[in-house]
Design a protein around this ligand. Structure first.
Ligand code: ATP
Ligand code: MG
Length: 237
């Protein structure tokens, strides 16, 4: 089953938040989800400890370069989706996780001019394609975007990505306090009490739209694979 890695070598880009939003939305839709927590800060594992009785998402803590492959194989067997949360650093784990992924999501802060950490990952993806003939689909997801105004920083980041012809998801992850509250309270946006956070409905809609878009790209990727296989079989016949 598909493996989706979240990568940006810059700390604080919004990787862990995006992993948690996608995982909890997929669970809400009825999918079985495993998260591999390879971030030494273990935010996802702490969230899982805080979520007793509120989620069935399986979290594997302390994932290292040595254990990654084994956990991916187990996850592929057991779950509908395997999500990998990486540290915000350039580590050998990054290339290994990317190499085993079906899709790489690169969260880049829409509120910050600094898209450098995302650019490192994009360069790595392009290197793998050019030198290793390894073509893994990747998309940027803009994070912490201001819901009220389109800032100059956001316009600059979008222009840079368009120049490099990088695919950007239509749905940005908006800056919302509810996304932070999920870490504090455990569970998901759906188990969070309505009065606990402001604009909870908008936060839920945002998370759902993000998950829907990721699923749509997964469905397209699978369709392309099937068409590719059918074409190869016809060529052989
Ligand atoms: N959309 C958002 N709305 C509100 N707060 C957010 C949002 N995204 C991230 N944050 C906050 O920004 C901080 C960094 O986010 P997060 O931990 O998701 O980034 P990260 O890329 O995983 O960081 P690291 O590289 O350190 O692992 C956290 O305090 C988180 O709660
Ligand atoms: Mg993190």
């Amino acid at each position: 089953m598909p493996v989706i890695t979240f990568a940006n070598t810059k700390g604080g880009a919004g990787k862990t938040t995006a992993v948690l939003l996608l995982a909890t939305e997929l669970e809400q839709m009825g999918f079985k989800v495993t998260i591999l927590d390879a971030d030494p800060q273990y935010w996802i594992s702490r969230w899982r400890d805080n979520s007793a009785g509120k989620t069935g998402i399986k979290v594997i803590p302390y994932v290292t370069q040595a254990s990654l492959e084994k956990h991916i194989q187990e996850g592929r067997r057991e779950a509908d989706y395997v999500l990998i949360d990486l540290p915000g650093a350039r580590t050998p784990l990054l290339a290994k996780a990317i190499g085993h992924s079906d899709h790489v999501l690169i969260p880049i802060q829409g509120c910050s001019m600094d898209a450098q950490g995302g650019a490192h990952v994009i360069e790595l993806m392009q290197y793998l394609a050019d030198r290793g003939n390894i073509h893994i689909p990747f998309s940027v997801v803009l994070t912490r975007v201001n819901s009220m105004v389109t800032t100059r920083a956001l316009q600059t980041v979008k222009a840079l990505l368009a120049e490099r012809r990088v695919h950007v998801l239509n749905t940005p992850i908006i800056e919302r306090s509810a996304f932070r509250d999920v870490f504090d309270c455990g569970g998901s946006l759906h188990t969070l009490a309505t009065g606990r956070a402001s604009n909870i409905d908008k936060a839920r809609d945002n998370a759902r739209a993000f998950a829907d878009e990721v699923l749509m790209h997964e469905a397209l990727r699978c369709r392309k694979l099937q068409l590719g296989r059918a074409a190869s079989l016809q060529a052989v016949a």
